[in-house]
Design a protein around this ligand. Structure first.
Ligand code: GLV
Ligand code: GLV
Length: 324
């Protein structure tokens, strides 16, 4: 079998693929362009992609031999799943293995913004910090505060568990109530507007789709407390960037911690980056040694299972597997 991989990924994944077939890997530091990807994957049976590759009908039509697209990510907004299904192409993802690592970073950003850790670090590095300041670097307490979680899937739940250790009150919003996890997590359901109004910290854990694109805009940010902090480790376009900038300008919220942005990357001269209480990380929520290795391994296993006619561990459109 022939397999194309759109970037260098942890060895454990590449080794599994190499044991099974002919593997071509895009060695660039930046993602391949569409033409480069087509050249790389010409004649391939399986394509291992990252969230930086847009997979749609046009790409698949240019790569008619591909039978599986295995995305090394939990999110799959980069993939037109319907177009894949129409063409009988299986789509696989890597959920679960990154849940705890992603929740760790969400909590890390929350602490970093509230306790102004990057700001303090930058001051020390710049020689701008001269003495202990009774009035310097004040921020809101994390422990005992109210955390509003938007999207109570695996990652949202893992964030809720961390919040309990900080003795936080946990609210959540999800399209449907989750009574079975409410008790375990000590979480209370709220309408989105009520959650925004009551929370000291709001953390987003929804997938990006037509329902969630731009769901946090001016109206939502204005409902938040002026002392509140917004955390986004989901997908950049869930938050309207211009509205967030206005929220910082107008003092509608106190700060934001963003692992994802729209656009991504945010240009270095973007006005949002002028606010010391806006902390931005480069889409690294799953970036632990162990988790990235597990994602690569699962992505490889998914891909190989489809090509071998076995049932892949995590497939979004298993109906294509049973077709002739
Ligand atoms: C990363 O953003 C992922 O979806 O895995
Ligand atoms: C994301 O996959 C989530 O389950 O929250």
């Amino acid at each position: 079998m022939r397999i194309a991989v759109s970037r260098v990924i942890p060895e454990v994944g590449l080794n599994l693929l190499r044991e099974a077939g002919d593997v071509t890997v895009w060695e660039g530091e930046l993602p391949p362009s569409r033409d480069e990807l087509v050249r790389l994957a010409e004649g391939a049976d399986g394509l291992l992609t990252l969230l930086t590759e847009r997979v749609d009908g046009d790409l698949l039509d240019r790569l008619p031999s591909v039978r599986v697209v295995s995305n090394m990510a939990v999110g799959f907004d980069n993939i037109d799943v319907a177009a894949c299904t129409e063409r009988g192409v299986a789509v696989c993802t890597t959920p679960d293995v990154l849940t705890e690592t992603t929740a760790d970073l969400a909590f890390g950003l929350l602490l970093a913004v509230a306790r102004r850790i990057p700001e303090g670090h930058n001051a020390v590095r710049a020689g701008a910090w001269r003495t202990w300041e009774p009035m310097g670097y004040l921020g809101p307490d994390v422990h005992g505060a109210t955390l509003g979680i938007v999207g109570l899937g695996r990652i949202g739940q893992a964030v809720a568990r961390r919040a309990r250790g900080f003795n936080m009150r946990v609210l959540y919003h999800a399209p449907r109530r989750r009574p079975e996890v409410e008790e375990e997590l000590g979480a209370e359901w709220r309408e989105l507007d009520a959650l925004l109004a009551e929370s000291d910290f709001v953390s987003l854990h929804v997938p990006l789709n037509e329902q969630t694109r731009g769901m946090i805009g001016r109206e939502q940010l204005r409902r938040m407390k002026p002392s509140a902090v917004l955390i986004n480790t989901a997908r950049g376009p869930v938050v309207q960037t211009d509205a967030l900038l206005e929220a910082m300008e107008q003092g509608w919220i106190w700060g934001a911690g963003l692992d994802v942005t729209d656009p991504e990357p945010l240009p270095a001269d973007h006005p949002l980056l002028r606010y010391p209480r806006v902390v931005v990380t480069p889409h690294i929520a799953s970036a632990s040694f162990t988790t990235r290795a597990r994602m690569a391994e699962l992505a490889a296993r998914n891909l190989l299972a489809v090509l071998r006619g076995e049932s892949p561990p995590r497939c979004l459109n298993p109906e294509v597997l049973t077709r002739d």
